[in-house]
Design a binder for this molecule. Structure first.
Ligand SMILES: [Zn+2]
Ligand SMILES: [Zn+2]
Length: 334
């Protein structure tokens, strides 16, 4: 598929929508992988982009409480508010969810790599003046980490291992600390990411390619293993390592899913009574994430590798697609 910068008419807004002037929008891994058609979720023509922040340019007739100039971000997912999952608060599992910047056969919903985007007012969140737009564009990624930690049973002072120190792993380390984990051990097979994990606040950051992670974790947890492991890779080997590092009765929270299927050490999971918890996107954590960013409890500045204009964005998609080393988040500023 081909990326193109083109002129589109300003989107029309419905009575319950707002028009947002986009100031920052992050390039997501799902946009980069979607480009080659392999995911079937970026069928052209489509404006991609779902990790955005900006100011309100216009409000629909029935919108109350918002006005022109308000600084906002918005949920990447539009849930229906009405199905049985939405009514349980599991808006990430909504039967009729649409993701901005996705077109997949069932629907096409233009996203935010553009000057103006129309979104329903009910998915808006107000940004404090102190939070810059490029940091706000990281909220979706932060919310994935915060959601995973919130699904992981823990008590204050517990020990956690975070496997995989890419973008989500780096944020999960910080989210785990902010949620009260006393010891956070981070592991990756890339030295640069291990070093970043240390800077992100991990108590230990280890290269799991060159050490025996299970031994190292046991040495730091009184021989028991970690109370929780958050797995942000999603390959057979990394999930097996996660199971090996968790204590009896502990939880492995699965966030990464690089491989659609893996080989699971079933007997170990059953006999050591390990809880496996899947975690997808987020469900209402945006306000908490705005707080965590505004207070500095979670920092994202060091995870932004570059800022680019719309005109130069295509080149960054290519660099991200080629997996250029040490490239984390690229923010498009229309
Ligand atoms: Zn995303
Ligand atoms: Zn729903």
């Amino acid at each position: 598929m081909r990326l193109e910068v083109t002129e589109l008419p300003e989107p029309k807004i419905g009575a319950t929508d707002v028009l947002i002037r986009v100031r920052a929008c992050g390039i997501c891994g799902s946009d980069v992988h979607g480009l080659d058609g392999s995911t079937g979720r970026r069928i052209p023509p489509l404006v991609m982009g779902h990790e955005a922040a900006g100011t309100i340019a216009a409000v629909g007739q029935e919108v109350h409480g918002w006005s022109q100039g308000d600084r906002v971000t918005f949920d990447s997912t539009i849930s229906c508010g009405d199905c049985s999952f939405c009514r349980r608060g599991q808006i990430n599992l909504c039967d009729r969810r649409q993701v901005l910047g996705v077109s997949c056969g069932d629907y096409r919903r233009h996203g935010a790599f553009t000057e103006f985007v129309a979104v329903p007012a009910r998915i808006l969140y107000r940004l404090p003046d102190s939070l810059p737009f490029d940091h706000a564009a990281m909220i979706e990624a932060v919310s994935v980490a915060v959601h995973a930690v919130s699904l992981t049973p823990h008590e204050r002072g517990d020990a956690a291992v975070v496997i995989g120190c890419g973008m989500i792993g780096q944020l999960t380390i910080q989210a785990a600390k902010a949620a009260g984990f006393g010891v956070v051990i981070a592991a990756d097979v890339d030295d640069a990411r291990v070093e970043m994990a240390r800077q992100a606040g991990a108590d230990s950051a280890l290269n799991s390619g060159t050490c025996d992670l299970q031994l190292e974790v046991r040495a730091r947890t009184g021989g028991r293993g970690a109370d929780a492991v958050l797995e942000a890779v999603g390959l057979t080997q990394s999930v097996q390592t996660a199971v090996a590092c968790v204590r009896k009765g502990g939880t492995v929270t699965l966030v990464g899913n690089l491989a659609p299927s893996i080989e699971l050490p079933l007997q170990e999971v059953v006999t050591r009574q390990i809880r496996l918890q899947g975690s997808c996107a987020s469900a209402g954590e945006y306000p908490a994430c705005i707080e965590l960013l505004a207070s500095g409890a979670i920092r994202v500045d060091h995870l932004i590798s570059a800022r680019t204009s719309l005109a130069d964005a295509a080149g960054w998609f290519t660099r991200l697609y080629r997996r250029e080393p040490n490239l984390m988040k690229v923010i498009v500023e229309p």
